[in-house]
Design a protein around this ligand. Sequence first.
Ligand SMILES: Cc1ncc(COP(=O)(O)O)c(C=O)c1O
Length: 402
Amino acid sequence: MTSKFAGIGARTVEKAQMLKDANLYPFFRKIEDSEGTIVKIDGKDQIMIGSNNYLGLTHHPYVKEAAIKAIEKYGTGCTGSRFLNGNLNIHEELEDKLATYTGHEAAIVFSTGMQTNLGALPAICGPRDCMLFDSENHASIIDASRLAMGATFKYKHNDMESLEEQLIANINRFQKVTIVADGVFSMTGDVAKLPQMVELAEKYGAYIYVDDAHGIGVMGNKGAGTMDHFGVTDRVHFNMGTFSKSFASIGGVLTGTKEDMNFAKHMARSFMFSASMPPSAVATVSACLDVIEEDDTLHERLWRNVEFMRNGFKEIGFYTYDSSTPILPVFIGDELKSMQITNFLADKGVFATPVIPPAVPKGEALIRTSYMASHSIEELTKVLEIFALVKKEFQIPSQISE
Ligand SMILES: Cc1ncc(COP(=O)(O)O)c(C=O)c1O
């Protein structure tokens, strides 16, 4: 029975039930224990290749100790927003550290990445403004555009001609035009064409907002982000990141100029009207930044693992969208098959997640895999052996067009 509140979502709920009945439902899997790269489900170990823990810092002893110490000093929560009673000295210290890390002048931290977009974008895009956004932007940007008083227009995914068309069509119709795009796209792992985007923004007098949830901690020098990777930090007006991926916790950050951050602090409603990041999360992120600063092998190990897996998948004959990031999507095509393969992988001891329409176009289901600095080559070798079995067991096209 579907809830009477399901409305237009009724089909989704029914589909979920059908998958449950067929023992193919791949969501809400219950993790009983975790060591980072290994998780326990139904009493059995699985190698985790379905998380965003790119630097593998969730179980780092220094990071865990920092979180515990923060709880001992400040308690478990702030019980109020930054604006009123929930502003700790460590929130402000973290903001200073993040500004230095990203290369922007100032930073403000929010309680989640989603809240960062939901607060910042409507603040930036007022009634006489508009946003131009990539058609594959994250759901939180889409929701932010619904909250914003200004207009939004989509351009084709990472297509600079389409972006320029939208700039020409809208630059004189609105007071401010802001281009909004993921730095690294979360499902396919491809990277925004930031150098061309900043050129276009400057040519037409527009602004740029990058959602670098999957780029911060990973791309650029010591993970300073996609804008750093392309050397365009001072040409990006707003950069957003989350702490729910490389920074082993929860929370979000917006960076930019001092004036713009001061403006966002007083105008972003999710910042002002929601309780602040808990002390343990603040200390976790701050400790992750210390580890990144100290440990030169972290990014070396991450990219070694990504290279190892990219080559491995290629040898087996899988198409991984030519991704150059730790997100390696494995093209499957058929939606049902992607669920069956997820089950097959789990049975053999690998945790990966299927990505199905509408998150990807129809007929382009994939298994999203992603890698951590902390994966061992032994673990990754085992993952490739199991994917080789997948290739034998299931008919999978080696290109999208087949
Ligand atoms: C591109 C992108 N932006 C924003 C978010 C939201 O971040 P958080 O999970 O920290 O709320 C995510 C998380 O999945 C994401 O992938």
